[in-house]
Design a protein around this ligand. Structure first.
Ligand SMILES: Cc1cc2nc3c(=O)[nH]c(=O)nc-3n(C[C@H](O)[C@H](O)[C@H](O)COP(=O)(O)O)c2cc1C
Length: 187
């Protein structure tokens, strides 16, 4: 196997999510890959370019949402990553819903939604990383299996430069695949 040095383009895989915020009283969503979990506590981060319209709403309200679109919404998902609310009103691209726990819109047609309260911000070059405590979580009932979302029903979109991909199969079960195949004593 020969290893080659290649250009530094973030390849992924990253899960495609829509970050939501209220801006001037209207919902706005931006497509992002810079999203993730930061601890065992219910805390998520999103990293947004400072010039994005969504960013101003997160700063204004102290809340953001993370919405997991199904791959069936790929057109609208890419739209929210190509068009800025600075130039065009995106408030009607998706239907929004709200929770009393915080002022950020969530997307009805996304199977999973997190509402987060900003607890810390980190400046990174021309981006801001917003770290948010999850204050409400929603999921479409028909995607649930034993109370948690089933990935193959949610149909998330994975971004790997330069494409969007969907999930094909389940290849294992968390904390069980190793144990079920190993003859070792549990560690
Ligand atoms: C696939 C994809 C991934 C993106 N990831 C990010 C990201 O992680 N962070 C970010 O700030 N912008 C990201 N963008 C760019 C924003 O979604 C885009 O600039 C959007 O128009 C900003 O919208 P707004 O100005 O209404 O907030 C991404 C765009 C696409 C298409």
């Amino acid at each position: 196997m020969i290893k080659k040095k290649i250009a530094n383009i973030p390849f992924g895989p990253f899960i495609t999510v829509l970050a939501g915020a209220m801006v001037d009283g209207k919902p706005n969503y931006a497509t992002i890959g810079a999203y993730g979990v930061v601890s065992e506590k219910p805390v998520l981060y999103i990293s947004l370019k400072n010039s994005h319209y969504t960013t101003s709403g997160v700063v204004e309200n102290g809340f953001f949402s993370v919405n997991i679109p199904s791959s069936e919404s790929i057109y609208k998902t890419d739209l929210c990553g190509c068009v800025s609310g600075n130039k065009e009103d995106k408030s009607n691209v998706f239907d929004s819903f709200y929770d009393d726990a915080g002022n950020a819109p969530m997307i009805k047609e996304c199977p999973v939604n997190y509402l987060c309260k900003v607890i810390q911000t980190i400046s990174i070059f021309d981006f801001t990383m917003f770290i948010g405590e999850i204050v409400a979580v929603y999921a479409n009932e028909d995607c649930l299996e034993n109370g948690t979302p089933n990935a193959l029903e949610v149909k998330p979109t994975i971004m790997m430069y330069p494409g969007y991909y969907d999930l094909k199969d389940k290849v294992g079960t968390l904390f069980k695949t190793y144990r079920s195949m190993s003859t070792d004593e549990p560690r």
